[in-house]
Design a protein around this ligand. Structure first.
Ligand code: HEC
Ligand code: HEC
Length: 312
């Protein structure tokens, strides 16, 4: 937005320019139109001279009309500094109206799909090709064009879910977003405590760690972690707490990363898309995500962050 002084400057500068144009026209039109009036004094090729005739009236009239049009434009449309114009026209509003019309048209186009369940949509190749484009435009920046995610961004093409893989959960996730919060527990546990509980966590997916650390880690886990991750550490989709036993890691499964997660916590956000995309697109995208994971047997879930480096 223009500052107030800048706005005043633009208004005054524009007004002076318009007035200067009007004055110039008046000044040039002042002299009556003689067919052979005064000469400019320029001479070419010895005898070619130039008359100094005013503009023809019709031409001058056009100029005046242009200036009047410009003045009216500046009164009705934004153009004079911060003045919004009497017509209250704004490019942002125009953009929003067009976007709304666009969305309306899209919703109409996919109206026949309205009555289908997400699973049915997932099996509809036409709908899924539209959905794939939507995914590329709105989701791939975070989840990758193949939907396989990256560190901190879940793989959507496996059958491992933070927030649940039922139709309603996936729809909810995309429409309203999700906020996964793992609290920082380094201060509560201390260095040794973190090492112990991290060893226990790694042992859950069959990794090596010192037996005494695993044993005391298990007790600490029961005290501090089961409320969210569950007694069996299999996670809790209502909190977005991941299953810690399946070898699939969101933030990484090496000893140091697990220690960092426990010490500093994690704060991870999936943005809501209901307002920006509208219901029809969210349904298509939910169906698309379901179609990707349907290609995988539950047991075929592959760790998307490969883990190496066991504890110590
Ligand atoms: C700005 C980055 C970002 C964008 C854009 C984004 N996501 Fe996400 N998404 C995330 C993050 C981060 C999470 C994990 C949240 C958590 O840790 O609980 C997530 C989680 C999800 C989940 C839940 C996965 C599970 O295991 O439960 C689904 C489904 C999902 N996103 C689908 C989508 C779709 C579809 C789009 C496009 C409309 C999209 N996301 C766009 C960042 C993003
Ligand atoms: C208040 C609930 C809560 C408590 C208590 C909690 N966690 Fe978590 N934890 C979460 C959530 C939610 C996430 C997922 C964070 C995200 O979406 O990025 C998570 C993520 C993790 C991860 C990362 C998993 C991955 O795939 O990268 C590890 C490891 C973990 N927690 C271990 C623990 C341990 C060990 C404790 C106890 C010392 C604990 N958590 C206590 C909620 C909790």
């Amino acid at each position: 937005m223009m500052t107030h002084p800048a706005s005043v400057f633009v208004i005054v500068f524009t007004a002076i320019n318009v007035l200067a144009c009007l004055w110039l026209m008046w000044w040039t039109a002042r002299t009556p139109a003689p067919s052979a009036g005064p000469k400019t004094g320029h001479v070419w090729d010895g005898d070619l001279e130039e008359y100094n005739n005013p503009l023809p009236l019709w031409w001058l009239g056009l100029f005046i009309v242009t200036v009047l049009f410009g003045a009216a434009y500046l009164v009705f449309y934004p153009g004079l500094g911060n003045f919004a114009g009497l017509g209250q026209w704004s490019s942002i509003e125009r953009y929003e109206v067009q976007m709304a019309q666009q969305r309306e048209r899209f919703e109409q186009r996919i109206a026949p799909l309205r009555d289908k369940s997400l699973r049915e949509l997932a099996a509809d190749p036409g709908a899924m090709s539209t959905a794939k484009n939507l995914f590329g435009a709105h989701c791939s920046t975070c989840h990758g064009s193949d939907a396989r995610g990256a560190r901190g961004f879940p793989n959507l093409a496996d059958s491992d879910w933070l927030w649940g893989g039922e139709e309603t959960s996936v729809y909810e996730t995309i429409a309203n977003g999700r906020h996964g919060v793992m609290p920082p527990l380094g201060a509560v546990l201390g260095d040794t405590g973190v090492n112990e509980v991290a060893s226990y966590v790694l042992s859950l997916s069959g990794r090596q760690a010192p037996a005494d650390w695993i044993a005391s880690g298990k007790e600490r886990f029961a005290m501090l972690c089961t409320a969210c991750h569950g007694a069996e550490a299999r996670g809790n989709p209502s909190l977005g707490a991941p299953n810690l036993t399946d070898g699939t890691w969101l933030h990484g499964g090496d000893f140091d990363t697990v220690r960092a997660t426990i010490t500093n916590g994690r704060d991870n956000q999936m943005p809501a898309h209901a307002a920006s995309l509208g219901d029809g697109k969210v349904r298509l995208l939910a169906a698309y995500v379901l179609s990707l994971s349907a290609e995988h047997e539950p047991t075929a879930a592959v760790a998307h962050v490969t883990s190496d480096g066991d504890a110590r």
